[in-house]
Design a protein around this ligand. Structure first.
Ligand code: GAL
Length: 673
């Protein structure tokens, strides 16, 4: 069995992508000296090195990699070794131009960047498994090898290819998935617009067509493209498992970034030995630490609650957004330790030394262009020491209070064409509900809609448009057995083929919610509706309204104006031993907070009211004890009430009663007992 932690690593992982091939070997000596100074424990090497490792077909040059691995090992630094299959060399594409991917519009992408791969291409598959075999054979016994880093961020920048070999591969996938063409016709509803197929050979990828294509086909193509990338990952992984038994294999995910929505990480999480994630702050005006917390919670959930590893984030600004602000003093440590609080077994960065050339030279790094007499470097060294003092946290698990249902397939289905409103963004709803829970200081696990929910007192369902019958049954049984759910509009509408469930909306949930939705009535830009509460409160909704007809549910807030006036906007239904809330409009932060207030009471969830906004408190628990992480994102000093005394690990001081957390600081208390 492969191990599930980096081999030979006895402390938290701290380091980053290390690209020594961009530097003369004289710099390598300084690199390892500085790595030791900063307390670096592991680096990722060789991710983009195929053209250097195999400069001509079948001719290998491992010399430089041998030397750097030896040097790292001599300095006590573990290696996360890349298989370089995300960028085949130029000679490969000259020989096999058909390995370059084709867009839905029929444009073949060019070489000269990265990640331009048709994952169905047989030449690519052979070349990728060959270089992987070479690396595995050569480094199987290298003492620096801690884990394997396959490829890089599958799904980015190209998530699907529409070429002829993909078309043939898609047909084979359909044959395996459905058996017959009739089953495909049935699933996709091809009676509509005369799209019926007589033979599987007539089916193509959903290429650019005259107007909107078949949604079932589009959804299945996303599944196919995801499964095809996964096949290639599994092929590399199996070689590595066979040739380097025990060494864990990972590939770096980009969970929760909208830029990478093409990968079903529930499925990928089951294939890797260690879940690893890359996370970058998106500077779109929202609170970046909330998105970070969400990404970390989702990554941990994809890992089944097990410890995972942050493989990339940035010391300061990135370079690929329209505007790339530097991080404020202290922000990097809050970010890194925020991930650790939520289950990461360390904090790694892109990248070790800032490049002088190439597309990413303005991306921050652990060693900036300015060298060691810089704020970033000083904070890097400080972070290394902090992580060192947290070594015993390894192996403990973050404890969550509530669950949010999450499904990439439902997200994919909601972003297909011709939905009731293009202003409805399922990701926006997931973010908004997460933020409302975060603001009530609740730690969130994400759960697949068909997963066991019985451990959670409260389950939130934000815009889960696609729900299988099994998922509907799961939610129903959860409520029958005493659970509380909060369901947001446009949930439970279609099955796995994007076919509307039989009967009135929302087919998968109408009995548990005790209502039917007669019509969707999205609002125009700038329009809002007033909704009045039975307790005299008033809220507003926008983007979406519905004609809700209660069939057992009690109206709690009612539309006061607009087309849906008089119909309930928010309802509560007692079902079995539990309670199901439904909200049929888009509530802002104030509305969501009010709604959650009621639901939390029903669920008996103990939300901490003793903490100021933007003071994050999260726990990890395990054999070595319980650790309370307190992260102060505010500009004011705060005091966090402790239920037990303990030792603060970053300062080494005793902590009792109320833990002082200075403005912008992090504190980690190992609780006594
Ligand atoms: C990641 C990628 C790295 C680097 C980084 C920059 O997505 O894996 O190679 O490009 O972004 O932020």
């Amino acid at each position: 069995m492969p191990e599930t932690t980096p081999r030979g690593l006895t402390r938290l992982a701290f380091g980053g992508d290390y690209n020594p091939e961009q530097w003369p070997e004289s710099v390598w000596q300084e690199d390892v000296r500085l790595m030791r100074e900063a307390g670096v424990t592991m680096v990722s090497v060789g991710i983009f090195s195929w053209a250097l490792l195999e400069p001509r077909p079948g001719v290998y040059d491992f010399g430089w990699l041998d030397r750097i691995l030896d040097l790292l090992h001599d300095n006590g630094i573990r290696v996360d070794l890349g298989t370089p299959t995300v960028v085949p060399p130029a000679w490969f594409y000259r020989a096999h131009p058909d390995a370059l991917p084709v867009t839905a519009d029929g444009v073949r992408l060019a070489f000269g960047s990265r990640g331009a791969i048709c994952h169905s291409n047989a030449h690519y598959r052979t070349a990728a498994t060959t270089i992987t075999t070479q690396l595995a054979e050569r480094y199987a016994d290298h003492p620096a090898l801690a884990m394997w880093h396959v490829h890089n961020e599958y799904g980015v920048p190209v998530s699907a290819c529409y070429c002829d070999s993909c078309a043939a591969h898609f047909r084979r996938w359909l044959a395996t998935t459905y058996g017959t063409v009739d089953a495909v016709n049935e699933a996709w509803g091809t009676a509509f617009w005369g799209q019926r197929y007589a033979h599987l050979d007539e089916i193509d990828p959903p290429r650019t067509a005259a107007t909107v294509g078949n949604p079932g086909q589009a959804l299945d193509y996303k599944r196919f493209a995801d499964a095809t990338m996964r096949e290639n990952f599994v092929a590399e992984r199996d070689i590595l498992h066979r040739l380097t038994p025990g060494v864990p294999v990972t590939t770096n995910f980009m969970v929760a970034l909208s830029q990478c929505d093409s990968v079903d990480y529930w499925a990928w999480g089951r294939e890797v030995d260690i879940v690893t994630n890359d996370h970058y702050l998106i500077t779109d005006g929202r609170r970046t630490h909330v998105n970070l917390a969400m990404a970390a919670d989702l990554t941990r959930s994809v890992a089944g609650g097990a410890p995972w590893l942050l493989l990339e984030h940035s010391t300061s600004g990135v370079n690929w957004q329209p505007r790339n602000p530097a991080k404020a003093p202290g922000q990097m440590a809050r970010n890194s330790l925020g991930h650790v609080a939520r289950g990461s077994e360390g904090a790694m960065f892109f990248q070790w030394r800032q490049s002088r050339r190439g597309a990413e030279k303005f991306h921050s790094a652990m060693v900036p262009h300015g060298g060691t007499d810089t704020r970033v470097w000083r904070e890097v060294v400080e972070l290394g020491a902090s992580l060192d003092s947290l070594s015993t946290v390894r192996g403990t698990r973050t404890t969550a209070d509530v669950a949010v249902l999450w499904d990439w397939h439902s997200w994919w289905a909601q972003t297909l064409d011709w939905r009731p409103s293009e202003d409805h963004d399922p990701r926006e709803r997931a973010d908004a509900f997460y933020e409302a829970l975060y603001d009530r200081h609740l730690t969130v696990d994400f759960a697949h809609p068909e997963a066991d929910l019985s451990a959670y007192p409260l389950v939130v369902v934000p815009a889960l448009y696609l729900m299988t019958e099994k998922a509907g049954r799961n939610v129903r049984e959860y409520v029958e057995n005493g659970g509380t759910v909060v369901v947001s509009y446009f949930s439970g509408i279609v099955d796995q083929h994007d076919a509307v469930h039989e009967g009135a909306h929302p087919g998968a949930l109408r009995d548990v919610l005790g209502l039917t939705v007669e019509e969707f009535s999205p609002l125009l830009p700038g329009q809002a509706v007033r909704i009045a509460g039975s307790d005299g409160s008033e809220l507003t909704g926008d983007v979406w309204t519905e004609v809700v007809v209660p069939r057992g549910a009690e109206p709690v807030w009612t539309y006061a104006d607009g087309l849906t006036a008089g119909h309930p906007a928010v309802t509560r239904n007692r079902h079995g031993r539990g309670t199901a809330w439904y909200v049929s409009t888009r509530l802002g932060a104030q509305g969501l907070d009010a709604l959650l207030g009621w639901a939390i009471e029903d669920a008996g969830v103990d939300a901490r009211a003793d903490l100021p906004r933007d003071v994050e408190v999260v726990r990890r628990t395990g054999e070595s004890g319980t650790y309370l992480f307190a992260i102060n994102h505010t500009a004011a000093d705060v005091k966090v009430p402790l239920e037990t005394d303990g030792t603060e690990l970053l300062t080494g001081e005793r902590a009792a009663g109320r833990l002082p957390v200075p403005a912008g600081a992090v504190r980690v208390v190992r609780l006594d007992g």
